[in-house]
Design a binder for this molecule. Structure first.
Ligand SMILES: NC(=O)c1ccc[n+]([C@@H]2O[C@H](COP(=O)([O-])OP(=O)(O)OC[C@H]3O[C@@H](n4cnc5c(N)ncnc54)[C@H](O)[C@@H]3O)[C@@H](O)[C@H]2O)c1
Length: 354
């Protein structure tokens, strides 16, 4: 399923706007084009070659039934915009950057999968996107990025619903800031598991699905974008677990980028500055502004607004990063066909590359 559906999307819809495919095991459709794959088609390359041969000369295919597997039904998405027709999966999409990234992508024509450990939040957010953009434009799925089985199950659900993937946004991330002198190892491991290992697991599960489209047509390319941080580019005082996991993420991005060029997959990171309006900073109970007021991190600060002003003053452009700023980088990286393995800062001048 994870090879046939993504390849069919490109074989039937082309490289610019691949079709959507819904897969049903053991379904029967008498109008479907029936294909039986040869017994020796046991690699993705051989499977795609056999499908190309079987589809030759047939046009206006509405469904394909593959013997012993099920029916792949073809549809097109109504979305219009910069990412029209793309299928995007965003991890950590129940709130914060991930949610707003998913909303923006849907607004620009993508079909979106919101994946989160908070599955109720992801499903509720997907429901709102469908209400705004049309039925079938988003689903919410359960995914714990630290668990390979959970990641694989979420990718399977994506392929079953839409036929594949054109864009993975690896966004899920956590922060537990503490001094290296006192941080419990379990907190260090927690941050590393989500921010670093979680990125590896998501790419590992998504890469073969993205590669199948490129096997169908060498002109088809796809994207992996990791939401990193300015703390992936410079150290962060008393926040080593987070900064270390983000620095490591850039090492993964550079390495995956080199490896996946042969599959037509570009891999890049975006390094945003602080998103003061998001729940991580602004949550009235556990947000960083509340915590930093309590711990006196900004000397002399008496209110939440004082703490915020203290942090805004550190940014040369005197404001926090917003999702709209990040989205400009997301769309640039998708449009740009001649770049991979980069870490793109979006920090209002706070961090500059050397
Ligand atoms: N908030 C900022 O200031 C800021 C700045 C730069 C970069 N970032 C990065 O942006 C990304 C999103 O940050 P945010 O501030 O929106 O975070 P957030 O805390 O608001 O949201 C994170 C989301 O990830 C989900 N999540 C947590 N653990 C998960 C897991 N194991 N599997 C799947 N989902 C999981 C949470 O349920 C939540 O919905 C992170 O990678 C973060 O490092 C944030």
């Amino acid at each position: 399923m994870n090879t046939i559906a993504p390849a069919l999307r490109v074989l039937l819809g082309g490289t610019v706007r691949p079709v959507r495919i819904a897969f049903q095991t053991d379904a029967v459709d008498k109008d479907a084009l029936a294909i039986s794959l040869p017994a020796d088609a046991d690699t993705p390359l051989a499977i795609v070659a056999a499908m190309k041969e079987a589809l030759q000369g047939s046009d206006d295919v509405k469904a394909v039934s593959v013997e012993g597997l099920g029916v792949f039904r073809v549809s097109t998405s109504a979305g219009q915009g910069r990412v029209a027709g793309k299928i995007a999966l965003v991890t950590g999409a129940a709130q914060g950057f991930g949610l707003e990234i998913a909303q923006s992508l849907a607004g620009e024509g993508a079909t979106v999968v919101l994946a989160d450990i908070n599955v109720n939040g992801a499903k509720a957010a997907a429901g709102e996107i469908c209400a705004a953009q049309g039925q079938g434009r988003a689903i919410g799925v359960a995914m714990n990025v630290t668990d390979a089985e959970s990641v694989a199950a979420a990718l399977d659900e994506t392929v079953r619903a839409f036929g594949g993937l054109d864009l993975l946004i690896s966004n899920a991330g956590v922060l537990k800031a503490q001094s290296v002198k006192t941080q419990p190892k379990k907190d260090f491991d927690f941050v590393t598991a989500v921010n670093y290992t979680g990125y590896f697991l998501c790419v590992q599960a998504a890469a073969p699905i993205l590669a199948a489209g490129h096997l169908a047509d060498a002109n088809y390319t796809s994207d992996i974008i990791q939401i990193n941080s300015k703390s992936g580019l410079v150290g962060s005082n008393r926040n080593g677990a987070y900064a270390g996991s983000k620095f490591g993420g850039i090492g993964l991005t550079q390495s995956f980028a080199l490896e996946l060029i042969e599959d037509g997959v570009k891999v890049n990171s975006i390094c945003p500055g602080n998103f003061f309006d998001g729940p991580l900073w602004s949550d009235p109970e556990n947000g960083l502004f509340v915590q930093y007021l309590r711990t006196g991190k900004i000397p002399g600060a008496k209110t939440l607004q004082d703490v915020r002003a203290g942090y805004e003053a550190k940014v040369p452009m005197k404001r926090g990063c917003m999702t709209a700023d990040v989205m400009k980088a997301v769309y640039y990286l998708i449009d740009q066909q001649y770049e991979t393995g980069q870490a793109l800062p979006v920090t209002g001048g706070q961090v500059m590359l050397s």
